[in-house]
Design a protein around this ligand. Sequence first.
Ligand code: ATP
Length: 322
Amino acid sequence: MAGLAIETEGLVKVYGDTRAVDGIDLAIPRGGVHGFLGPNGAGKTTAIRMLATLILPDAGRARVLDHDVVREADAVRSLMSLTGQFASVDEDLTGRENLRLIARLYGYRGAAATRRADQLLEAFGLADAADRQVKKYSGGMRRRIDIAASLVVSPELLFLDEPTTGLDPRARNEVWDIIRALVNHGTTVMLTTQYLDEADQLADRISVIDRGRIIAEGTSSELKASVGSGTLHVRVMRRDDRDAARAILTRELGVGFDTTHDPQALVAGLDDRSGVTRALTALEDARIDLAQFALGQPTLDEVFLSLTGHAAEPGDEGEAAA
Ligand code: ATP
């Protein structure tokens, strides 16, 4: 059986005083989307650039699709593609010209290069814009042509570095659909993002990186479960019932409920959700009418805050200068 998609041990990259990547160990299986999540400056791009053989590690080792990124860099390059934040399509050329050029570089000849370009333009919803210069594309179209350019030859592994930074919600959804389709066709995707909802939507598993180190790993649900089972929001119909409801909830769930400025509301964080159904039945038995009884999962934002002590706010929205 083939080995892992990505395997690293103690991978390090130092820039002056900054340990941009400070000893990371990864074991990422083939297939699906692996999210690499962290705030600005966490070390995501530096790690990806080492894995994509663009820069050399200062220490540690990394294997991509069973090949060492230093000693077998050519083999790694032949199996993977990288779509960077600032991909290398030529803005003065049209979409079709760009893709045809790349197809030729990969050995497609004449009509075959044009056919491959047209297939990709069609697949990425760019057929109507095929003969327009890329510099006249919208942000979403630009990102789609970037991804298309990295798929002229189907890679086994695609590194997508912040593919939706600066895009509006509609364009982001379009890019997400493209990523899902790729994965359905068997490509392994390593997705770096500073958007928690993006990792939540797309990633099968997530590695959280902060200050050059991996600080947590797991599925989105596992990461959320690691900070508790969520928050129970209860709202009674009659404010006179609130104290009775609070006593019942505390008895059944074993946690204290807080009141809020809303005189009918009660809220508590739960470590364990096993008593929730019983608590609801007990409120009904006591004839307490409810306007709301809702258990919310913690958000990845809460997870990030709890792991790092700081929020994962993207510091610098939009497209930074290269
Ligand atoms: P972003 O989300 O902003 O792209 P990131 O997680 O990709 O952030 P990196 O770009 O890997 O983070 O940067 C990690 C750290 O290394 C930062 O402190 C950055 O300033 C520093 N760094 C990255 N590249 C270089 C470089 N070529 N020279 C000097 N410092 C660098």
